[in-house]
Write a protein that binds this ligand. Structure first.
Ligand code: NAD
Ligand code: MG
Length: 380
């Protein structure tokens, strides 16, 4: 029986994780659930999975949940400290890190400090503090297992060969909903259009990131840290069918790929059962139903966010955290109709250009940079 803490249980990844758990009641036990503000869903999840600890974003949520679970023997915590408590409970074996954005960094680092196995969906924490996080995982002899579908694919393809003989990693990108749209039409894109992803159903922030291709930029940085390769050996190719989830190219030119239906329950489950495999609630891929698999280069002019991410990664230090913070602000502004879709890359570029590169030695320093970038953007 593996005991799980699921951070972000009410989100897209969190709900898919609980689906996997429900399919294997003898393998997994939910020890803690943490979420933001969807108390009704969190309550329903808690009533069916019976965790000992619930953590919510704020004190008002905590008070309300205490009322709803009075006498039920469930502890309720709140705020960053509550998330960290869920991430570090001694009885927890695997922490599923699936909070969206920078809010995931502290609890993910707490899990690393506690030596936990981390099933990582929250790519932002690796983007912001990949060096610190991976060093802590090594120090405590913990492990990060990728949940992101591309990274799960690469992780699986790396099992087939010697790491030293890898030439490059190739991440596939669906290209998002605007793959074929001329950039002259980008200014008129509405949040509703951008929230409609062609192949994956995900939370709003990552869906916008997929439309700008910033998601792929964040994933390039994530892959660099997860697999210990420089980002210049991580390439991106557009593959609209989202069937090939990513590839590894070896020095002899052999390409290993992992294929499957675009259903996050497959990579989530692999992270939870690793190194074992189990039957999965997702439908298997039927090759004969595919009309074809196509690949094309990324149009880097229309989707400049990808190169902004490469640039921030090459610069290193605090710059990936600056990239991430500016992107979160820009996405929020776009969803709030304060800026157009076409203005997102410019907000991020300006933040990066105006920021002095500095080393970051702790999560606190990273979060200081994160806060300072957000304040500066809001002041302008
Ligand atoms: P989502 O918006 O659907 O869910 C986010 C979750 O985080 C919710 O449970 C929310 O309550 C919680 N949350 C947010 N702020 C919080 C806070 N301050 N305190 C406590 N909880 C908080 O997002 P998602 O699509 O599930 O994505 C989650 C993470 O997984 C992101 O980092 C995303 O990049 C990554 N990811 C998602 C997918 C996908 O298919 N959805 C695929 C790969 C990676
Ligand atoms: Mg992905």
């Amino acid at each position: 029986m593996k005991r799980l803490a699921i951070l972000g249980s009410t989100g897209s990844i969190g709900r898919h994780t609980l689906d996997v758990v429900a399919a294997h009641p003898n393998e997994f036990q939910v020890t803690a659930l943490a979420a933001g503000s969807n108390l009704d869903l969190l309550e329903r999840q808690a009533r069916s999975f019976r965790p000992g600890l619930l953590a919510v974003a704020n004190e008002a949520g905590r008070a309300e949940l205490c009322r709803r679970f009075a006498g039920a023997g469930i502890e309720v915590a709140s705020g960053p400290a509550g998330l960290c408590r869920a991430a570090t409970l001694p009885e927890v074996d695997v922490v599923v890190s699936a909070i969206v954005g920078a809010a995931g960094l502290r609890p993910t680092m707490a899990a690393a400090r506690a030596g936990k196995v981390i099933a990582l969906a929250n790519k932002e924490s690796l983007v912001m503090a990949g060096g610190l996080l991976t060093a802590e995982v090594r120090r405590q002899r913990g492990r990060i297992l990728p949940v992101d579908s591309e990274h799960s694919a690469i992780f699986q393809c790396l099992n087939g060969g010697d790491r030293r003989q890898v030439r490059r990693l190739i991440l596939t990108a669906s290209g998002g909903p605007f793959r074929g749209l001329p950039s002259s039409a980008f200014a008129a894109i509405t949040p509703e259009q951008a929230l409609h992803h062609p192949t994956w159903s995900m939370g709003p922030k990552i869906t916008i990131d997929s439309a700008t291709l910033m998601n792929k930029g964040l994933e390039v940085i994530e892959a660099g840290w997860l697999f210990d390769v420089p980002v210049d050996r991580v390439d991106v190719i557009v593959h609209p069918q989202s069937t090939v989830h990513s590839m590894v190219e070896y020095v002899d030119g052999a390409l290993l790929a992992q294929l499957g239906v675009p259903d996050m329950r497959v990579p989530i489950q692999y992270a939870l059962t690793y190194p074992e495999r189990r039957a999965c609630p997702a439908a298997p891929l039927r090759l004969e139903t595919l009309a074809g698999l196509t690949f094309e280069s990324v149009d880097r002019e229309r989707f400049p966010c990808l190169d902004l991410a490469y640039d921030a990664a090459r610069a290193g230090g605090c710059m990936p955290a600056v990239l991430n913070a500016a992107n979160e602000v820009a996405v929020g502004w776009f969803l709030g109709r304060r800026i157009g879709f076409d203005a997102i890359p410019g907000v991020i570029r300006k933040a990066l250009d105006g920021w002095p590169r500095q080393e970051v030695a702790s999560v606190e320093e990273v979060l200081e940079v994160d806060g300072a970038v957000r304040r500066r953007l809001e002041d302008h």
